[in-house]
Design a protein around this ligand. Structure first.
Ligand SMILES: [Zn+2]
Length: 156
């Protein structure tokens, strides 16, 4: 796919943060510390609680980070003026609403919530980010897409 230069910065993520585009010289960001699971950078819908701590016998406590990612820019920090991107936006919006319903429905049943969270974290989120990165060739530095691409080792 050729680079799409017809983009604008995300009105949600850029509200109060100055973001920069990644370029080829940017170092690969590879931080996989536990604090990353509480990611609050640009591209994150800050009003949504999406990090859950789980503990159980026989294994160490761990965090599962579930989206929603920003439905407006799909986590890339940029909004692309194309039909495909508009389609992705509506899919992310739908996934976000489903996720919020799941969180609400299973908030008192951590084991079920954990199962959903893992599926979304390992399956759905990388899928969305892969598609977003195909449409936005250069995601914003420190954007959610960049973070997740590193986290899941996605090839951009
Ligand atoms: Zn955004």
């Amino acid at each position: 796919m050729t680079a799409n230069n017809s983009y604008s910065t995300c009105p949600v993520c850029f509200e109060s943060t100055e973001m920069k585009l990644e370029n080829e010289k940017s170092p690969e960001i590879k931080h996989l510390f536990s604090s990353d699971s509480a990611f609050i950078g640009p591209g994150k819908e800050r009003s949504v609680t999406d990090t859950y701590a789980f503990s159980g016998e026989g294994y160490p406590n761990f965090w599962v980070h579930i989206f929603p990612i920003c439905p407006k820019c799909c986590g890339t920090g940029l909004v692309v003026d194309s039909e495909d991107f508009t389609k992705l936006q509506s899919e992310v919006k739908m996934a976000t609403e489903n996720m919020q319903n799941i969180i609400k429905a299973f908030s008192k049943e951590p084991s079920v919530l954990k199962e959903h969270a893992e599926r979304l974290t390992y399956v759905l989120t990388p899928l969305i980010i892969r598609r977003a990165l195909r449409l936005v060739e250069t995601p914003a530095r420190h954007s959610y897409a960049r973070y997740l691409a590193n986290l899941f080792n996605l090839v951009i």
